[in-house]
Design a protein around this ligand. Structure first.
Ligand SMILES: [Mg+2]
Length: 119
């Protein structure tokens, strides 16, 4: 992952602008596009046994499809963040800080419980 989020955002925005597609990128449609791409990602795992995942990750065709869908999800995230003027890297850092407060290591380590269920 050598590229920064900002570099990737510049690449996808250039791709969009060369095609004059910003006119179609309303926040609503970007959110819907993100959901569609997240569903396409989820579809790769639908009806697959969890034990099959490691084997799937080794198969070139599955990896290609997985990479495509991960890229689609990331691309929509970058477009939406750009449209809203959100610094995605700063937002992730800020959310990590909030999550660290909600899930202190000493309480959350090794637990899948929600923060309000931690003892
Ligand atoms: Mg897709």
């Amino acid at each position: 992952m050598a590229d920064t989020l900002q570099e990737l955002q510049e690449l996808v925005v250039r791709f969009r602008d060369e095609r004059d597609w910003e006119q179609f990128h309303t926040p609503k449609d970007l959110v819907l596009g993100l959901q569609v791409e997240a569903a396409e990602l989820a579809e790769l795992f639908l009806w697959r046994a969890s034990e099959q995942t490691a084997e799937d990750f080794e198969q070139a065709e599955f990896r290609d499809r997985l990479q495509d869908e991960l890229a689609d999800v990331q691309t929509f995230l970058l477009y939406l963040a750009q449209a809203a003027g959100v610094d995605l890297a700063a937002a992730v850092r800020a959310k990590l800080k909030k999550n660290a407060a909600k899930y202190p290591v000493e309480k959350a380590r090794g637990s899948a419980r929600k923060y309000d269920q931690l003892n």
